[in-house]
Design a protein around this ligand. Structure first.
Ligand code: PEP
Length: 248
């Protein structure tokens, strides 16, 4: 396995208050974290600035979304320059909750990914199939279709982490087995090798998301093509530190 830095993201989704997020930040500040793991947490946008202000400097902060235009009449949206102004260097894009609940298309997610990375915001790009698609053996088709949309709009793969998140595993407690996850991660890398380049295929981090916990993270972390995790529910709990430390 080549040396790709292990990456763990925490997606708080629409959870937390000023006070509960302050407690999570304090706990992370006091925790012993593997210095070989890159860590990024994504609180709701309202809490990005206080999180960045109080969080240890070796942990980065991500927005849960960002728009694909520089500024202007886009009520409710946030611009990449506003994130940079707040010392936020990452955004999660294409999360399945945004794709399914807000109707975000492959092309729109790709457009936001291109605009963000062109403007210096790194992206955790999420992809993944529904249970229906898995049962119809369409998993690799769906995931590579979502990634192909990105390759049409940007070459900035050095600023992208791919999060493979099967929808049936998100927030359900039904984690993919390490075999199921490894199989899709390897297929993603194979697709990148054929359709982007061997270098990108080797260098890009492909992380797994979907009911990751302190209990199941160590086995998943052993897989050759699993370079870390995107963690929802467990990122709000003390066990998030154990997930960051999955490799030790
Ligand atoms: C997520 O929302 O990215 C996620 C993986 O959620 P959970 O860990 O709660 O399944």
């Amino acid at each position: 396995k080549m040396a790709r830095q292990f990456f763990v993201g925490g997606n708080f989704k629409m959870n937390g208050t000023l006070s509960s997020i302050k407690s999570i930040v304090s706990a992370l500040n006091d925790a012993k974290l593997d210095s070989n793991t890159e860590v990024v947490i994504a609180p709701p946008s309202l809490y990005l600035i206080p999180t960045r202000d109080h969080l240890r400097k070796d942990v980065e902060v991500a927005a849960q979304n960002v728009y694909d235009k520089p500024s202007g009449a886009f009520t409710g949206e946030i611009a990449v320059d506003q994130l940079k102004d707040a010392n936020v260097n990452w955004a999660i894009l294409g999360h399945s909750e945004r794709r399914t609940l807000m109707g975000e298309t492959d092309e729109f997610v790709a457009s936001k990914t291109a605009h963000a990375t062109d403007s210096g915001i790194k992206v955790i790009f999420c992809c993944g199939e529904s249970l229906e698609e898995r049962e119809a053996n369409q998993t690799v088709d769906v995931v590579t279709r979502q990634i192909a949309a990105v390759t049409k709009q940007t070459k900035n793969w050095d600023q992208i982490v791919i999060a493979y998140e099967p929808i049936w595993a998100i927030g359900t407690g039904k984690v993919a087995t390490s075999e199921q996850a490894q199989e899709v991660h390897a297929a993603i890398r194979e697709w990148l090798k054929k359709n982007v380049s061997e270098e990108v295929a080797e260098k890009v981090r492909v992380i797994y998301g979907g009911s990751v916990s302190a209990k199941n993270c160590k086995e998943l972390a052993q897989c050759a093509d699993i370079d870390g995790f995107l963690v929802g529910g467990a990122s709000l709990k003390p066990e998030f530190a154990d997930i960051i430390n999955a490799k030790i």
